[in-house]
Design a protein around this ligand. Structure first.
Ligand code: ZN
Length: 477
């Protein structure tokens, strides 16, 4: 009997890994084995430690990997899988591959830096501490990626084929429709990966890629994300209050500091700021994107014109490449970054990491947090325990580079920028389905979020919905 086993993102939002085994016998040995996503566990230590455990199936016995999108909680364990002996093809869209080619080596470098830090400070119980994988190892796994077009069926073995459809979550993001022959019948499985926002640019403003996941899907069995199962997004337009906050900051001679992930979130904000300046909502003050990945990420984005939303296409047609926009500066070298840090005129500085856990944003925060003229603007989720969370929750000081830095700057946060559909949006999308799946398994959510979404789906749609458990095997009947 064919089965699916949840190897990650069950009981948590990270570490997405779902194994399909086409096995006809109960030993599970002779089946063709496909992994859907291969993400890194992030966040609490209890979960991160699972990154060091071998999967229940030896890596060399996995035949192929289908990757829904480039976020590290879906792709960041690939170098470790390859290190463990996986040599199969990794199917992904070209945009996902392009993003992985910057994100995975960067993740490897961060793993190396962390290991070096533990060794220097002797804070690890492992001596010497080793990186999960290195930048070079991450680079080496890129050779296994195979570019796959949307909506083209790909046969993986006599029993199994798949097709990507749009998920509208980030650049290149997809859902994987799987056709699986088992017991003489063909079953349709749908793995949603992360599901993007609805087609409404006021509810989800600044959307730079395709809006709305593919409608009219059908499935016998579905594995769906549940990140925002219990946290609905605000439905008001953040642009007017954000413009007011930025104008007030400029009037008092301060600068705006935005911690933001270099991929997707930074592009979203850059396009939105340009639109607000063109509409006269914002003064034309300098905007700095200070991240070593900001230029590369923007170049990848510009290359994939097929992914643009209508607003993005129009803005680029009228204003040209954002890399050439007057007043917008993309800094890649440390010297360029230092210059931004020394700027005394009002400006908007967008830098990573998005939760202020590391990276160049720390220099900007250390410099600007003590001055009440400045504004720190959060446009992304801040996980508990991160510096971003501490600053956002109203603390009076925060530790940066070993020093306590007083927080006197104004702090504001907008929750409208999420790239995940919330429960009302998911239900709206699920209502477009052509059939009722016999079973839906919820993954990629904290237990409370998954449970809440399960209740909403059962009540609203009458579907059979289960919350997936870590290492649980479910048969495909
Ligand atoms: Zn994602």
């Amino acid at each position: 009997m064919a089965y699916i086993q949840f190897l990650g993102a069950a009981g948590t939002v990270t570490g997405s890994k779902h194994l399909i085994n086409t096995s006809a016998d109960s030993s599970g040995k002779n089946g063709f084995q496909v992994l859907i996503d291969c993400g890194l566990f992030q966040g609490e230590k209890e979960w991160r430690e699972r990154n060091w455990q071998d999967p229940p199936v030896p890596a060399q016995e996995i035949d192929a990997l289908v990757l829904t999108h480039a976020h590290l909680d879906h792709s960041g364990w690939i170098p470790r899988l390859v290190k463990g002996g996986f040599r199969g093809p990794i199917y992904a869209t070209q945009a996902t591959i392009d993003l992985c080619s910057i994100l995975l080596p960067d993740s490897g470098h961060l793993q190396e830096e962390d290991a070096a830090f533990y060794n220097k400070t002797r804070t690890s119980k492992h001596s010497p501490a080793l990186p999960l994988y290195t930048g070079a190892e991450a680079e080496a796994c890129l050779q296994y990626f195979r570019a796959t077009e949307f909506e083209q069926s790909k046969q993986l073995s006599p029993e199994i084929s798949f097709r990507f459809v749009r998920a509208a979550h980030i650049l290149g993001s997809s859902m994987a429709e799987i056709s699986l022959k088992t017991n003489g019948t063909v079953r349709q499985l749908l793995f949603t990966g992360d599901v993007g926002r609805v087609r409404n640019s006021t509810v989800a403003p600044g959307k730079v890629v395709h809006s709305g996941p593919t409608e009219g899907e059908s499935a016998d069995l579905m594995v769906m994300e549940s990140t925002y199962g219990n946290r609905p997004h605000p439905t008001d337009d953040p642009r007017p209050p954000m413009a007011a906050l930025i104008r007030q900051t400029v009037q008092r001679g301060g600068s705006v500091i935005v911690p933001a992930f270099a991929v997707e979130r930074t592009q979203k904000l850059v396009f939105m700021l340009k639109q607000m300046m063109r509409a006269g909502q914002l003064p034309e003050i300098p905007v700095y994107c200070d991240s070593p990945m900001a230029i590369k990420a923007m170049e990848i984005f510009l290359k994939h014109t097929e992914e643009y939303s209508d607003d993005t296409r129009q803005l680029i047609t009228e204003c040209g490449s954002p890399l050439e926009w007057k007043g917008f500066t993309f800094a890649s070298t440390p010297e360029e970054s230092k210059k931004i840090n020394e700027t005394r005129y009002p400006s908007i500085i967008i830098s990573s990491s998005g939760m202020a856990t590391g990276g160049r944003i720390l220099h900007h925060l250390a410099q600007r947090l003590p001055d009440p003229k400045n504004l720190v603007l959060f446009i992304g989720f801040q996980a508990p325990g991160t510096r971003g969370y501490i600053i956002k929750s109203g603390a009076r000081e925060v530790k940066i580079f070993g020093q306590m830095v007083p927080i006197r700057a104004q702090v504001a946060a907008f929750e409208q920028f999420s790239d995940h559909a919330d429960t009302p949006e998911l239900l709206q999308w699920l209502h477009t389905f052509k059939n009722k799946p016999a079973a839906t398994y919820l993954v990629h959510g904290e237990p409370a979020a998954a449970t809440s979404l399960r209740e909403a789906m059962t009540k609203d749609l009458g579907w059979n919905v289960q919350v997936a458990q870590w290492l649980e095997k479910v048969e495909v009947q």
